[in-house]
Design a protein around this ligand. Structure first.
Ligand code: ZN
Length: 118
């Protein structure tokens, strides 16, 4: 992969990571505020389900944060952009569209097909 492309992807990843971490911070402080502001049990119940929703989102965010960090590590190690399954280079267009990807489109398609079969 060209160094220029790699730098571009690194920036994308760092930017994405920063946004996710900011969101996570904001969600955490909003949750703390809401808890103090809703003494009524009914409101509290709806707040609880909101919070479950938040936690589910945050679970997904947390996984994404982990993937971004792994991708940044792979960049540092010079292993970024290789398919973890067939070890071929992953297409640059695919990497730019989804920088955390670890599989080339062929292997990913095959994996999804296998998952569908069960
Ligand atoms: Zn592959």
């Amino acid at each position: 992969m060209k160094k220029k492309d790699l730098n571009e992807i690194k920036k994308l990843l760092e930017q994405q990571l920063e946004e996710l971490l900011e969101d996570a911070d904001k969600t955490a402080s909003e949750m703390a505020d809401e808890k103090a502001n809703f003494p009524d049990p009914t409101d509290r119940a709806s707040l609880e389900s909101d919070r479950n929703f938040e936690l589910r989102i945050r679970d997904r965010e947390r996984k994404l944060i982990g993937k971004i960090r792994e991708a940044l590590e792979r960049i540092e190690d010079g292993e970024y952009g290789l398919c973890e399954s067939c070890e071929e280079e992953i297409g640059i267009a695919r990497l730019k569209a989804r920088p955390v990807t670890t599989m080339c489109i062929d292997c990913k398609t095959e994996q999804e097909r296998q998952e569908k079969i069960g």
